[in-house]
Design a protein around this ligand. Structure first.
Ligand SMILES: Nc1ncnc2c1ncn2[C@@H]1O[C@H](COP(=O)(O)OP(=O)(O)OP(=O)(O)O)[C@@H](O)[C@H]1O
Ligand SMILES: [Mg+2]
Length: 263
């Protein structure tokens, strides 16, 4: 295990069987996150970002490679990390409180204690007036906050968030980005965020890991300091660099056209 990595993925390879052929999705992938870090993963659609989070969460197994949490191997094991999938669905027949309590019930933990903790956290998530609402009675932004609080209640040290704000309108998304930044700080979370939104990655991250496609692997890490925001000019430059890198795999002075749905 590499020192300082609370979570580490080593030499990950993942193939899928599709119509009788093996498709190589991830190869030679290395990843490390330190405690308290916020790392965003940005890459073209289909490069394997969700597959990587599923591997970290233990939902699928790699063909090769290992995953370690605090030095202990967790490859293929679930329940160690808080995972919010790309299409996180709240159960439509459960209200906000019941949805948030679900991981507590599944893990057989003390519900009374958990409920008390949730009551304390609800205002932080802006949900105190929505405990009895069913999902269809909530706005998109509220639903995502319920899903985030549910993920947090997994009591995991590390949260894996797969495009949690992608489906929201631009205004709600930028409000929730600022809220997420604050809450990560307040709760001292370690977060791996998958996003297509480069501005979101720049705003929230200590590091942005760029991923290539065919096969998916990390091609560059950009170190940032989320407590020392970039100037508008620096941000534009960095954004252009990231876009260029993702399109060509190389750096370029000029921003290029690209069509991978990156904002
Ligand atoms: N169960 C599966 N069986 C076969 N192929 C799969 C399976 N799951 C994912 N894939 C393929 O693996 C590749 C990576 O998929 P993945 O969902 O990880 O991409 P992604 O980077 O998250 O894309 P997006 O940004 O669009 O969410 C895609 O080509 C996808 O079709
Ligand atoms: Mg995905």
């Amino acid at each position: 295990m590499t020192p300082d990595c609370i979570l580490e993925a080593k030499n990950i390879r993942k193939t899928f069987l599709f119509k009788g052929s093996l498709v190589l999705v991830l190869d030679k992938l290395q990843f490390c996150i330190q405690e308290g870090q916020f790392v965003s993963i940005v890459g073209p659609s289909g490069c394997g970002k969700s597959t990587f989070l599923e591997l970290l969460a233990g939902i699928t197994n790699p063909d090769n490679g290992n995953i370690y949490l605090e030095g202990n191997e967790i490859t293929g094991k679930t329940g160690f990390l808080g995972y919010m999938p790309q299409d996180d669905l709240l159960f439509p027949w459960l209200n906000t409180m019941q949805n948030i309590l679900l991981p507590v019930k599944v893990k057989g933990r003390n519900e009374k204690e958990a409920k008390q903790k949730i009551m304390e956290l609800l205002p932080l998530f802006g949900l105190q007036n929505y405990t009895d609402h069913l999902p269809y009675q909530l706005s998109g932004g509220l639903k995502q906050r319920v899903a985030l609080l549910r993920t947090y209640m997994c009591s995991a040290e590390i949260l894996l968030l797969d495009e949690p704000l992608a489906k929201l309108d631009a205004l709600t998304r930028s409000q929730l980005q600022i809220w997420l930044k604050d809450i990560v700080h307040l709760l001292n979370l370690t977060v791996i965020l998958v996003t297509h939104d480069i501005d979101e990655a720049i705003l929230l991250s200590d590091r942005i890991d760029l991923m290539s496609i065919n096969p998916g692997t990390f091609i560059e890490s950009i170190e940032l300091n989320r407590n020392a925001p970039l100037s508008a000019e620096e941000q534009l430059k960095l954004k252009a660099k990231i876009r260029s890198k993702l399109v060509t795999g190389k750096e370029s002075e000029e921003e290029e056209n690209f069509s991978h749905g990156l904002h």
